[in-house]
Design a protein around this ligand. Structure first.
Ligand SMILES: [Cu+2]
Length: 215
């Protein structure tokens, strides 16, 4: 532990004296290597089924009628639906070295995507699978297969209600990683996750799960 601490301290000091952009690049590279899309042979396999759910409510007054309210600093008119999408489970704990497979099933909401912040891991181009694990297609830019709801066109990484996308990664570095749906999350200037965009438009989020990699 002491040796590792010393190494980190020295590495940190070295990074600190590098020009800003190089230090930032190296830090980003180290973070990106924390989870990688491919697993090494014989890595212990862990699989999780994650569903996409939704919480919603229309706040009512004591008289039982829809009332105006305040949502995290934003004034909402009476009859506004307060809604938030979520991953279930929203906390996933694995060990360093594990090969992790997430089967993520869109149950609520027309479409979502998945990206694990700071890494190359996400749903973009990933397999869409059936319940037996057979590949049915890929999460690439394509027409929405659900003609009954929007949007008409999906961006790469997006999957729709009824689809199940597979996200696989190897957990290389301990830490907590944020798994986000970018459709339903606005990331503020300091990296904070918000449920409203910079114009105050609700994005029904933030939609986040936390993946913790233990040493
Ligand atoms: Cu979403």
């Amino acid at each position: 532990m002491y040796k590792r601490t010393m190494f980190l301290a020295i590495a940190g000091a070295m990074i600190a004296v590098l020009p800003g952009s190089i230090a930032a690049q190296q830090a980003a590279k180290a973070k990106a290597a924390g989870l990688t899309p491919n697993c090494t042979a014989n890595a212990p396999a862990r699989e999780y089924l994650v569903t996409v759910g939704e919480w919603d409510t229309v706040p009512k007054g004591k008289d039982g009628k829809p009332a105006a309210y305040n949502d995290r600093g934003f004034v909402r008119a009476a009859n506004s639906k307060l809604e938030r999408y979520n991953f279930d489970p929203s906390t996933i704990i694995v060990k360093k070295g594990d090969c992790v497979t997430l089967r993520i099933h869109d149950l609520k909401g027309s479409h979502h995507n998945v990206t694990i912040e700071g890494t190359a891991v996400g749903s973009e181009g990933g397999p869409i699978i059936d319940d037996a694990g057979k590949t049915l297609g890929k999460a690439v830019a394509r027409p929405n297969p659900n003609a009954f709801e929007g949007p008409e066109k999906l961006k790469a990484g997006e999957f729709v209600r009824g689809e199940q996308v597979m996200v696989k990664f190897q957990a290389n570095q301990p830490g907590t990683y944020r798994m986000l749906c970018e459709v339903h999350t606005f990331i503020g200037p300091n990296g904070e996750l918000r449920g409203y965009d910079d114009k105050g438009k609700p994005v029904q989020g933030p939609m986040v799960a936390y993946i913790t990699v233990l040493p």
